[in-house]
Design a protein around this ligand. Sequence first.
Ligand SMILES: NC(=O)c1ccc[n+]([C@@H]2O[C@H](COP(=O)([O-])OP(=O)(O)OC[C@H]3O[C@@H](n4cnc5c(N)ncnc54)[C@H](O)[C@@H]3O)[C@@H](O)[C@H]2O)c1
Length: 380
Amino acid sequence: MDKVKTAVVGCGAISDIYLQNLKNRFSIIDLAGCCDLDEQRCRAAAQKYGIAAMSVADILADESIRLVVNLTNPKAHYAVIRQLLEGGKNVYTEKVLSIELEQAEELVRLADAKGLYLGAAPDTFLGGAIQTARLAVDRGMIGKVTSCVAQNGRDYNMMGQLVPFIPQQGGGIGFDVGIYYITALVSILGPVRKVSGFLKYPTELRTYDQPNSPRFAQQYKVESETILAGTLQFDSGVIGSVQFNSECIFPEQPVVMLCGTEGVLYMADPNNFGGTVYYRAKGSNERIALPDAFGYTENSRGLGVAEMAWSMAAGRKGRANKEMAYHALEVLHGIARSDRTGGCYELKSTFERMPPLKSGYFPEYLAKDHLCVDPEAALT
Ligand SMILES: NC(=O)c1ccc[n+]([C@@H]2O[C@H](COP(=O)([O-])OP(=O)(O)OC[C@H]3O[C@@H](n4cnc5c(N)ncnc54)[C@H](O)[C@@H]3O)[C@@H](O)[C@H]2O)c1
């Protein structure tokens, strides 16, 4: 199988783990170069990983680069992705596809028109924990799934002072963090039909009060939501509740549950690749920890990129695809629209629920007897 020559745009906070994994873990990827508006950052990353320091123009001019990974800030996503697609590159982007739904729709259309792959994070749904939960549901362990709950609380009064994009549009807990939970739910349960909900936007100015903040004592305005709560009706009939609250405490206490006619699954935090999935059967008081069936329990960022590269090589649809990413984004925008209008929002998009990742997809797991499958065969 030919490797897929790949470049990365955006060498900020999340880029190091991507570059590390793309360079060392996934045999399908040939990491060629990286690029950032900040030339110093770009050179430092290029030097660390022995790859070329490039500009977007260099990447577009190099026809051998077939896949570009976009790790810029959400506000830059639309323009960067559009430029790369127009330049004929297959693109995998960090979440979210773009901040505005209309712009995300335009990107999906552009990729279709150009016949290019457009994949998107979060790829944590391909990690061991969510794939194990998916396996349990697919095998009927909890019977017919009837409802689900996903929630998390964080202290963004504190975290928002250390991570500059949190108070900005698109950086709030609903869109920036909720997308992991919505993606996990839809990847297991399929498309959503209708949503309703509420958001909270603070009106008061806040003051940086953390002594270690570079903006200590300055005032700032929070442009993003601090709470997003919604009710989801899935096509399958499952009813779900989601709640993301950044006016809460540290440490966070995520809860994700799938309730069925024969049992309950307590999922791990979809913000991570790993974690223990617990199962409780009908009539039992015991929570049983399910063994991980897949691997990829540590920080496996780039897994979605590698899966997309394998899909490109095999000429089939990727699992972390644009249709599911757009649908998950529309769920969040639908909740926001319901908050504004006071009514339910009916989803316009849908997506095809993709097959689960097969155990042993990637070569490093080939050594384990029970996971001994050919990586290509795992895509069938
Ligand atoms: N930081 C995290 O923990 C984290 C976790 C998961 C996902 N993400 C996602 O990863 C993405 C990047 O986040 P981050 O925290 O690394 O952001 P960051 O602000 O640290 O880095 C973004 C980088 O992109 C560069 N950039 C912006 N526009 C550019 C352009 N047009 N061309 C080239 N470079 C450009 C910036 O100079 C910056 O170095 C976001 O989509 C975010 O949602 C971040």
